[in-house]
Design a protein around this ligand. Sequence first.
Ligand code: 13P
Length: 247
Amino acid sequence: MKYFIGNWKMFGIPSSINILNKINSFRSRDINRNKYRVVITPPYTLLETFAKKFKNKKIMIGSQNCYQKNQFSSNTAAISPYMIKKVGGKYTLIGHSDNRAEGDTNSMLKDKVKFALKNNLKVIFCIGENKLQKNNNKTFSVLKSQLNKVLEKRFNKNNIIVAYEPIWSIGTGKIPSQKDLSKTTIHIKKVLKKIFKKNSPLILYGGSVDENNVKVFKQIKEIDGFLIGGASKSSKKFIDIIKNYYR
Ligand code: 13P
């Protein structure tokens, strides 16, 4: 099963549901529809209406983050995994580089993963190196530490998807070479197999994925799908990514 996950970031108002309607109607006619899943992570403000509208459809709705507590607390502006689940969210991103940059630490991320899983949300755990780390050949050690400091064997690997998003690639139009990405994904898989003993969770790639470069990634068999930012705000681009992937 492949995954096409659209992360809207700070984008979307109620009428943006038209984008999902178009993706959904494409998917329901697509001969390849049983080979992949579509997940969209709109901002919190749209979670409930979108999740309700697509409750019986094949598009799944998730949140872009969650607070590191289980249910209710006195933390102003915080949204817990329980609250996300109760409005129909099925997935949550955790550890996106935007949120790491704003202060999410490994120990906060570990709690987020723990409580998200406890509330039966599927976790899309994001990792990635920055430009300096890449230039200093630190990519492998950075990724290893991001995985080892948060993920544990007792977490259900079937409810975790790892998204590799090199920070230097997010929103820049720059993508890793096929060779580098292939090596990096194999490395990630190796680290994950060590954590989870034997089997690894699925691995997605994210960072400037668009309808043209998706063909390059198709060649890398370790990649189970994509976390798509900018291009997920356009139904046409998002649909073209899926179309071109299977072409
Ligand atoms: P872009 O596809 O806009 O580079 O964003 C990637 C991303 O951060 C998805 O979470």
